[in-house]
Ligand binder design. Structure first.
Ligand code: BTN
Length: 245
């Protein structure tokens, strides 16, 4: 990442909507119309919320559905890592408020081992270089959650969606700034501090493996051990599924 066009001391303009199909989609269309970056879009509910890997993100009222549009200069590899470090930034802000959010690789925010939220970055580009990035984040606040989900009703210190929005934007900006100044190598230890995927047992192509780390590109490192052979491999998200346990 070469340039830093986001200033944490500056308030990010926020466009609020009652209902959208997807805040990521609206943010992309506003970028295309030439809106000044950075800006954020929030909706009270989404009718077609987009999750990772083509999944639907259930988006009933009471949850936070937010997209931050920023100007950055990234390779596609760096965009993937930005997902990790953005989720770290949000986890860090929650932990500073005594809400013990952890991270499940690559982009899940966990509370008590259950999914509190997730991040989906969209670039709208298949070029090798990306200059505009939409960081979409959904967090369960008071909405009902799907199986394996959790919301924040046990944490009344978060009194409003506005407060949650501000914390979340602070977290995303913290992630971007940390990455801008420390790059992947320097910022990875921050991510690992909250990542609870290390040590988990996983299955890859029918073979048992153990998660042993995250590499400097943000890929998961697993140790395959079969009788007489041990080897470490780096996995992309599509290769592996980590359950909630
Ligand atoms: C995940 O699958 O874990 C990521 C979910 C990201 C959902 C958010 S909600 C706001 C933004 N708009 C979308 O359509 N998706 C993201």
């Amino acid at each position: 990442m070469q340039q830093k066009k986001i200033d944490s001391t500056q308030k990010i303009p926020l466009c609020c909507y009652s209902q959208l199909s997807s805040t990521n989609l609206t943010a992309r269309s506003l970028v295309a119309q030439g809106f000044n970056l950075p800006f954020a879009v929030r909706a009270d509910e989404q009718t077609a919320g987009r999750g990772q890997w083509g999944r639907v993100w259930q988006s009933d009222r009471g949850g936070l559905y937010l997209s931050l549009a920023v100007a950055l200069d990234l390779t596609l590899e760096e965009v993937f890592y930005l997902t990790l470090i953005s989720s770290w930034g949000v986890a860090e802000i929650f932990n500073r408020k005594a809400i013990p959010v952890k991270l499940k690789w690559p982009n899940d925010l966990l509370l008590d081992g259950l999914k509190l939220g997730g991040i989906k970055i969209e670039t709208g580009s298949t070029q090798t270089k990306v200059t505009q990035v939409i960081i979409g984040i959904g967090i369960n606040w008071q909405n009902e959650t799907p199986l394996n989900g959790i919301n924040l009703v046990a944490y009344p210190s978060i009194e409003s969606l506005d407060q949650l929005t501000e914390m979340t934007l602070d977290g995303l900006v913290l992630g971007i700034e940390t990455y801008s100044s420390l790059q992947m190598k320097g910022s990875l230890p921050f991510y690992l501090k909250y990542c609870c995927s290390i040590g988990k047992a996983v299955e890859i192509n029918g073979q048992m493996a153990t998660v042993v780390g995250v590499d400097e590109k943000g890929k998961l490192v697993v140790l395959l051990s079969s009788p007489g052979a041990r080897c470490e491999i780096s996995c992309s998200p599509g290769m592996i599924s980590l359950g909630y346990y």
